[in-house]
Design a protein around this ligand. Structure first.
Ligand code: DX5
Ligand code: ZN
Length: 219
């Protein structure tokens, strides 16, 4: 299996019919389902919470990649573990206890991810990299789907690849925001291997859009 993974964001799906959406994602041959949890505090919007994740769980075998855009994520770790999250990714900016919170995610039996906003430096996560399975580099400011990819983030991804090598670690590097069949190439070349895409995939023909991302990855 390729080390490249496609993670459709269900923020852009039909919320009235998650069962159907999960089924067609599975049929389209994706790897993860990216679930954007927003609290109206860390980011302005409110999306969905752990109960929605729990009700989707019986309808999909795909990896549930939960991106918590919530303040103090350490208060919600057990709840998401019980709901069936496989990967729980939390913002370094959202807690003063990022190290402890990542330890808690591992202890709860999930894979741990850390994410930083476009304006946040890699230095803020350098000392927790040994704890994580995945680092998510935001390529838009979090809170909304459908924004434009920030090309300057390619330098941050490349610097993270260098840091990963220097530390002898092997976490995945995920990108999120504005990914389409053009911008994915910049993120891939910089060194990312997990690609979240929302509006690009769900607008028009899902299968054709997934295939167009795969075509770039396997070129
Ligand atoms: C943004 C979310 C993203 C969003 C991406 O806050 O974290 O996952 O769904 O949407 P697109 O692909 O439309 O930029
Ligand atoms: Zn996301």
């Amino acid at each position: 299996m390729s080390h490249y993974k496609i993670a459709p964001s269900i923020l852009a799906a039909d919320y009235a019919n998650f069962e159907h959406e999960l089924k067609r994602l599975e049929e389209a041959g994706v790897d993860y389902v990216h679930i954007d949890v927003m609290d109206g505090h860390f980011v302005p919007n409110i999306s969905f919470g752990a109960d929605v994740v729990a009700s989707m769980r019986p309808h999909s075998k795909l990896v549930f990649d939960c991106h918590l855009m919530v303040s103090n994520p350490e208060n919600h770790i057990e709840t998401f573990a019980r709901a069936g999250a496989d990967i729980l990714t939390i913002h370094a900016e959202a807690t003063v206890h990022i190290h402890g919170a990542l330890q808690k995610i591992k202890a709860a039996g999930m894979k741990a991810g850390v994410v930083i906003n476009p304006g946040t430096s890699l230095a803020s996560i350098e000392h927790v990299l040994n704890l994580v399975d995945q680092v998510l580099i935001m390529t838009v400011n979090p809170g909304f789907g459908g924004q434009a990819y920030i090309p300057e983030m390619a330098d941050k991804i490349a610097a993270l690849v260098t840091l990963r090598k220097a530390k002898g670690l092997s976490f995945d590097i995920e990108v999120d925001g504005g990914i389409d069949n053009k911008t994915i190439l910049s993120a891939k070349e910089a060194g990312a291997n997990v690609f979240v895409a929302g509006s690009y995939l769900f607008k028009g023909n899902l299968q054709a859009n997934v295939d167009s991302l795969k075509a770039v990855l396997h070129d």
